[in-house]
Write a protein that binds this ligand. Structure first.
Ligand SMILES: [Zn+2]
Length: 72
């Protein structure tokens, strides 16, 4: 028995819309999987991790600034 072929809204791949397929009806199984398992871990960043990220960004900006300076 053939299932209707849908185009995934997330990746554009064609997939068979099977009745038992988990997740969204307009997404392929691959794109449905991450959301079916729960929230993305990146959203759960602790305050310390965010502080570290900010410091890393500041260091990166400083490094780029130094690089631009030496190229002059
Ligand atoms: Zn997809």
């Amino acid at each position: 028995m053939a299932f209707p072929i849908k185009v995934c809204v997330a990746c554009g791949e064609e997939f068979e819309l099977r009745p038992e397929k988990p997740g969204f009806a307009n997404r392929c199984p691959q794109c449905s999987a991450p959301e079916a398992t729960g929230p993305v871990s990146k959203a759960r960043m602790s305050a310390d991790e965010m502080k570290g990220e900010r410091e890393a960004n500041a260091a990166r900006r400083q490094a780029i600034k130094d690089l631009l300076y030496t190229r002059k």
